[in-house]
Design a protein around this ligand. Structure first.
Ligand code: FEO
Length: 403
């Protein structure tokens, strides 16, 4: 009997049995404007295997999709590639329903699962490079520590040349389509970049190493089944190349000017800085924090060469939205940026000093002295702001070859 939810066939032996979260708009401070999916997969080998589960509120959806292919009691193995609860939240219930012979996770995964759940049974640790026989098929496990949790791992299904890649190569995108070739490529590029910039950027050096390692292993990959967003079956080489490019953090002749303002003084300064940048022939993106989310700024910073930040002084310190942004960006550990600071004040002016300090703590190389304006900027301060923009542009033109 057809139920409310059905599985989607990925290959002859692999089915998508995940869930679509159309309404998600925040993922740990990252604005997910298009919702997301939690992807779980069923491998219909001699040993029927469930790879990952879904966020707890979506348990019934996942179980209904599983049941559309096979009775849950026929599941022999469960593999947990990642303990974060958008993928392990339904693990306990799935195990209770399936009563599988074995549950597998990485060594760190076994520890992490133990800290999250009382599964009431043993979880078997698998080693990096270990292969598990499913009878007629084989799964090989590849530890990907800190991509993006210590427990994270990939699982490779050799007979299908298919990689279950956990969060990697994913994106937050709810859609009725399950495959990359069914979705507008510009949406995939946009949401993929946002996901990388907001979640994976701190681990960029590890991603570069991992891509090199996979290349050295010579493992053929025809399909990538990530835990979020579409299955990659058409543009596999393309998505791997995009990851390699993003991880390299190649900087372009683009500056992001981000600010907040109280009485438009810092806003006027921001516009003058931006005019200086544009007039010197580089690309500039002006992002007022009243209308730009921190994750939009993070996404713009993925290829920008400069971060220029403005803040009014409020109660002897940074404006709260500016402090929020810098705290968020610092955690993402962007590399190779130049930057500058500016802002207005009434009587003390600590914000500009604090801004410069925070940018330096982020290892952003400051160009020129910060520009401060008492109350409302006059011609002199606006000229200083234009000049600051021009100096940043000159450095970008010197260091970044592209336009
Ligand atoms: Fe999609 Fe790290 O969880």
């Amino acid at each position: 009997m057809a139920g409310e939810f059905s599985a989607v066939k990925v290959t002859d032996t692999v089915w998508w049995v995940g869930a679509i979260d159309w309404g998600l708009r925040d993922f740990h401070g990252y604005a997910t404007q298009r919702g997301t999916t939690y992807n779980a997969y069923l491998v219909m080998a001699d040993k029927v295997t469930l790879i990952d589960t879904v966020k707890r509120p979506f348990l019934d959806e996942m179980m209904a999709r599983v049941t559309s292919v096979v009775e849950p009691s026929r599941i022999d193995y469960v593999v947990s590639n990642h303990t974060e609860m958008d993928h392990s939240g339904s693990l306990g219930e799935a195990i209770a329903a399936a009563e599988p012979e074995k549950v597998f996770a990485s060594k760190m995964g076994v520890k992490a699962l133990g800290r999250h759940f009382d599964l009431g049974r043993e979880v078997t640790a698998v080693a990096d490079g270990e292969t598990l026989s499913l009878g007629n098929m084989n799964l090989t496990f590849v530890e990907t520590r800190m991509l993006h949790w210590p427990d994270s791992m990939f699982t490779y299904l050799a007979e299908e040349e298919l990689l279950f890649s956990s969060d990697a190569f994913g994106m937050h995108l709810a859609s009725s389509e399950r495959f990359d070739d069914e979705i507008d490529p510009s949406i995939l590029e946009h949401e993929g970049a946002r996901y990388f910039a907001n979640i994976l950027l701190p681990y960029a050096p590890l991603i570069t190493k991992l891509i090199a390692r996979v290349g050295e292993l010579g493992i053929p990959i025809r399909t990538i089944c990530s835990d979020h967003g579409p299955v990659w079956r058409s543009d596999v080489a393309g998505v791997i190349q995009r990851y390699a490019n993003w991880a390299a953090q190649k900087r372009s002749r683009k500056a992001v000017v981000v600010y907040d303002t109280m009485w438009q003084s810092t806003a006027r300064m921001a516009k003058a800085v931006t005019e200086g940048l544009i007039g010197s022939g580089v690309s500039a993106k002006l992002m007022p924090l009243k209308s730009s989310h921190r994750s939009d700024v993070a996404a713009e910073m993925l290829d920008a060469g400069a971060l220029v930040v403005g803040s009014p002084t409020l109660n002897n310190g940074l404006f709260p939205t500016v402090a929020d942004l810098l705290c968020y960006l610092k955690g993402l550990k962007p590399k190779g940026l130049v930057g500058a600071a500016f802002g207005s004040y009434g009587w003390s002016g600590e914000a500009v000093r604090d801004l410069a300090g925070m940018l330096e703590a982020m290892k952003v190389e400051l160009v020129g002295d910060p520009v401060k304006s008492l109350y409302v900027p006059g011609d002199e301060e606006l000229a200083e702001c234009r000049s600051l923009g021009m100096r940043v542009a000159d450095v970008l033109k010197e260091r970044c070859a592209d336009g």
